[in-house]
Ligand binder design. Structure first.
Ligand code: NAP
Length: 297
């Protein structure tokens, strides 16, 4: 299919929250005949003004395109909207961009398989303004041929960052959860650090450039530790866990002394204490993976 043909491929977007609107607007802008539906119909007004077609019902929306994208709050909403429409979904490709767990993704895939529906799971690692830019990363899992059939259309949403992962429907959600965890860890640490510096009247805007430098430094640790974690060998090429443990103790002390929330550093302390107790005092930080692989204490 040529690029010109690909942009003619009709697409349906169900769910016009902040994200759904960004998805639909991108398809409209790229020239795709775009049908939309939302529980609260007025959210389609702007899209319709730009050229989208508002369907009168979810069924009508599904039946308008060979590619149906759903992006609503949660899987309960997906089920409520689409479970009654299996006859309309048959012969189409359903792509679910609603955030969920890997178990929810696999369960929905089982539901689809029992009804011989073609189902692709997807996750969006981007905020609405970044959709259709080089910053947008979207990960897909499920039947590869279904993804490839609509790859040109899906790439409108992530021209550079659209990635097909695997046939396991749960994998995109598992990546999503793992990557979101990194986001919250970094953000929480930044907020905690800003609270510490705030006690000395340092503004968050003053802290931000150095925080970003540190975040960039850590990307090097991630690359260095990953092979150690895969191989189960954790040589302390940079610092031993005993050195980390002492410094983490100081972070707890600093937080408590200054009256700043110390829950985050106390978690770091708890987990490194366990790693050291397990014999990893002289190992490198990657050894903590063994603690993370266990259920919570
Ligand atoms: P949102 O602005 O809160 O919109 C929620 C959407 O779900 C609305 O269209 C809402 O319809 C619909 N909805 C909720 N319950 C429903 C139900 N029972 N029946 C029918 N429709 C229902 O959320 P959003 O930011 O667009 O997020 C949508 C999904 O994208 C979520 O799973 C979110 O985790 C994911 N996501 C969002 C972002 C982001 O930055 N926003 C980034 C990555 C992934 P009404 O308009 O009628 O309420």
């Amino acid at each position: 299919m040529s690029n010109t043909d690909a942009s003619q491929a009709p697409v349906t977007v169900i769910g016009l929250g902040l994200m759904g609107q960004a998805l639909a607007a991108s398809f409209v802008k790229a020239g795709h005949p775009t049908t939309v539906w939302n529980r609260t119909a007025r959210k389609a007004d702007d899209l319709v003004a730009r050229g989208a077609t508002l369907a009168g019902s979810v069924r009508e929306a599904v039946e308008s395109s060979p590619l149906v994208i759903v992006c609503v709050s949660d899987y309960d909403a997906v089920d409520a909207l689409l479970d009654p429409l299996e006859d309309s979904l048959r012969g189409r490709v359903l792509v679910n961009l609603t955030t969920g767990t890997s178990a929810q993704g696999r369960q929905k895939a089982e539901w689809a398989a029992q009804r011989e529906l073609v189902y692709v799971e997807g996750v969006i690692m981007a905020m609405p303004p970044d959709i259709a830019t080089e910053k947008a990363v979207l990960l897909y899992s499920g039947p590869k041929e279904a993804y490839e059939q609509h790859e040109a259309t899906l790439k409108v949403l992530g021209p550079v960052g659209s990635v097909y992962l695997d046939t396991d429907h749960g994998l995109s959600a598992l990546y999503d959860m793992s990557l979101l965890g990194i986001m919250w860890s970094i953000l929480n640490s930044f907020l905690h650090g800003a609270a510490l510096l705030g006690t000395a009247n340092i503004k968050a805007t003053t802290f931000a450039p150095l925080a970003n430098t540190m975040i960039n430094v850590i990307t090097g640790y991630v690359s260095a530790y990953a092979p150690q974690m895969d191989e189960g060998e954790y040589p302390a090429g940079d610092a031993t866990n005993l050195v980390h443990q002492a410094a983490i103790g100081l972070l707890v002390e600093e937080s408590e002394t200054l009256g700043v929330n110390a829950e985050l550093p106390k978690f770091y302390q708890a987990i490194i204490d366990r790693a050291v107790a397990a014999g990893h005092g002289e190992s490198g930080y990657a050894a903590l993976i063994e603690q993370f692989r266990k259920p919570s204490a």
